[in-house]
Design a protein around this ligand. Structure first.
Ligand code: NAD
Ligand code: DAU
Length: 383
């Protein structure tokens, strides 16, 4: 089926995307950014609404009648063949509650953001990571294969599939060496996608994005956890020596790069999406505290994440050759992000509900009890 694409671009008038995981952090940015262009694209979001999924992330769309008319929301699991088949295989699905007069045509592309996305939770409870990351991807691929017409598939993957990169930058042809249940499930999902390209001729592309940050990021992750804890003057649990390095990618840049690959990527190819700021965790924390006007004394150094990847770094030449550039500097993106959390307290306080207290105690209770003031560690590091 590769090469047999619809005769219109995959976004724009008459285009219909299925966005799985579209109520999460990056998926919702992708949906918001595309629908806000008012270019006629229609989107079906299929999302299980796990603890990380939140319909409020789509509120800016749902508050605008023109955008809302081009969004269909289906609550469901990508590992459920019945719901996936009904969403991908038919133009309008009665069971999902979509009205018959909605402007949705046949599906042109599936963009799969759905995943359990937090490394620490994958260490505590790996099973859901495998179910969504492997079985879920398989169910999506089967539905695309069964649709009987050309549907492009994009798998949103991660730089973590390369494992820890002590020096240099990962290129797309490097071997996969995942080291956590999360990244192993992501690697398995990617490999399944490639197998469907080779075996069944599916039209599919893969992206490997870098550490992403921005508004609507669940407060379990480093930047939003530390910003929201700091707002409340609570301790900030920095793992190990805090010298692990990540390359930070602003969320709308990540979403834009995914759309660029969806429209321009060659079937069977994988594209790294690097960030714009390779930084040690300590420096990220110092920057966010500076923006908040909060003291370093909030930082506690705590026992490390098991198997903690020391460094990720991506070579972005292949994506650059496809014509994509990041737009947002870390200074600008962090300022926007910190200010968003300051002005959107109801959003992040609601996200710290459900199993939040249980999770927080499991993940941080003992760590914080064994933590030390970061100043002591600075002295130890310098000694
Ligand atoms: P997230 O946890 O914020 O959102 C995940 C979404 O998927 C949620 O809305 C959740 O409800 C939904 N979901 C989970 N399991 C599902 C299932 N079985 N069926 C349907 N929906 C399900 O994650 P995110 O940070 O937005 O990440 C999105 C994707 O990008 C993931 O595939 C992740 O691996 C990848 N990624 C993330 C980053 C990052 O830094 N956040 C970087 C690179 C790649
Ligand atoms: O690199 C891409 C990946 O980035 C994505 O695939 C994942 O979905 C996403 O969650 C993210 O994974 P990380 O493990 O890098 O992100 P996290 O925010 O959990 O941690 C960033 C760094 O901060 C990491 O070195 C661990 C450290 N950290 C994190 C938390 C939550 C701390 O020191 N303390 C913490 O409490």
């Amino acid at each position: 089926m590769s090469g047999d694409r619809p005769d219109h671009p995959l976004t724009g008038p008459n285009a219909h995307l299925v966005v799985t995981g579209g109520a999460g952090f990056i998926g919702s940015a992708f949906v918001r950014d595309i629908l806000a262009r008012h270019d006629g694209t229609t989107i079906t979001v299929l999302d299980k609404l796990t603890y990380a999924g939140n319909r409020a992330n789509l509120a800016p769309v749902e508050l605008d009648p023109e955008q809302a008319a081009r969004l269909r929301f289906v609550a469901g699991d990508i590992a459920d063949p019945a719901i996936v088949g009904s969403v991908i295989g038919s133009a309008v699905d009665g069971e999902s509650g979509a009205a018959a007069d909605m402007p949705f045509g046949p599906v042109d592309a599936v963009v799969n953001f759905a995943a359990e996305s937090h490394v620490d939770r994958s260490i505590l409870d790996p099973e859901a990571f495998l179910r969504t990351g492997v079985i879920g991807v398989h169910v999506l691929l089967e539905a695309v294969r069964a649709a009987g017409r050309p549907i492009r598939y994009l798998q949103v993957s991660t730089d973590e599939v390369y494992g820890s990169v002590e020096s240099g930058r990962s290129v797309e042809s490097d071997p996969l060496a995942p080291r956590s249940p999360y990244s192993a499930a992501k690697a398995a999902g990617e490999l399944l996608v490639q197998s469907y390209v080779v075996t069944y001729g599916l039209d599919a592309v893969v992206t490997r994005g870098s550490n992403t940050y921005g508004p609507y990021h669940h407060p379990e992750k480093l930047i939003p956890l530390f910003v929201t804890n700091a707002i409340d003057d609570k301790p900030l649990p920095l793992y190990g020596d805090g010298l692990q390095e990540r390359d930070w990618l602003y969320v709308s840049d990540h979403a834009g790069a995914i759309e660029h690959v969806l429209r321009n990527g060659a079937s069977g190819e994988t594209y790294n999406i690097p960030g714009s700021a390779e930084m040690a965790n300590r420096d990220v924390v110092a920057a966010l505290l500076d923006r908040l006007g909060k003291p370093w004394s909030l930082v506690r150094t705590v026992p490390d994440r098991p198997g903690h990847d020391r460094r990720y770094a991506l070579d972005g030449s292949k994506l650059a050759a496809l014509g994509w550039r990041n737009r947002t500097s870390f200074v600008e993106g962090l300022a926007t992000t910190v200010d968003w959390y300051r002005t959107n307290e109801p959003w992040w306080r609601a996200a710290r509900s459900g199993d939040w207290d249980t999770y927080y105690e499991r993940q941080y209770g003992s760590r914080l009890a064994h933590g030390r003031a970061a100043a002591e560690i600075s002295a130890a590091t310098e000694a």
